[in-house]
Design a binder for this molecule. Sequence first.
Ligand code: AHM
Ligand code: MG
Length: 334
Amino acid sequence: MSSYNITSLNDFIIRKQKDFPYARGELSSLLHHIGTAAKMVNAKIRRAGLVEIIGNSGEENPQGEQQQKLDRYADEVFIDALEASGECCGFASEENQREVIFTETFASKGKYVVCMDPLDGSSNIDYNVSVGSIFSIYRRISERESEAGIGDFLQEGDKQVAAGYVIYGSSAMLVYSTGNGVNGFTLDPTIGEFCLSHPNMSTPSSGNIYSINEGNYIRFPEGVKKYIKYCQEHDPDTGRPYSSRYIGSLVSDVHRNLLKGGIFLYPPSVSYPNGKLRLVYECNPISFIIEQAGGRAFDGNRRILSITPESLHQRCPLYCGSTEMTERLEKMLG
Ligand code: AHM
Ligand code: MG
């Protein structure tokens, strides 16, 4: 007897497409290509240390940070996959100063633009720590007959039609949402398919994990310091002290907290007065997933998804996770 009882990512995407009566498969095709590119990046990461892929590329990204070889590899793989999909007319990422507009190929008429952090947490890669990829998809607002423009990429997070991340951890997993809940797929390496493993993901309303780089404590806003103290106090009723868990890979920290319940904080600090994380391709897609899973994400004052970006590489503080925990923090921030 056959033991075929899997739902592959592609089966699932096509099944979901039927929920949208006028969908013509363009978004499905785009998601399918992201899944394929993610498998290529995963394959490379799995061989890190064996092939010439770890270490600096010798170049810097637009923010003056050292680019790793894998940063560049992942960026190129996603660009090529998205252009080949024919559905994406432009791409913006952490690794490119300006948006990349596809003008030469049939992709120029694509309906969507994609913003990405192709390899998040890449400073961890040389030390065998989990990293990820983050993506955000918008419907273009420019005319389909014209070239895509910067305005297509600077839309509020609320306008995302889909977003997700891939985590290259003890297994590789792709988690995405098209605004109708969140689903997670684990790569089965024996068959090379992402298979539905975490249907309808929802985050607990509270938890006992707080994730923050406490090395920057001295310069944190007072409200954040107060909240950290609260997390460390003893209270058997609420399970405090909470556990402090910080990998330094946004995708990995958020993924764990999403499943177990918790809060992630990247406040303003001395080195990063506006926070370190980038609104367009880190905070927005992550916040979309968290809200879709029932959590919250804000910058201290506003919902992340309500902010209109002013530039591609704009930074923004990020506080996100379980509802009760983020609400308490919000009160302490005043
Ligand atoms: P990257 O996109 O260049 O890898 O930087 C973003 C990463 C996030 O994954 C992580 O949350 C953060 O930087 C960690 O920063 P820090 O080392 O300051 O705590
Ligand atoms: Mg990043």
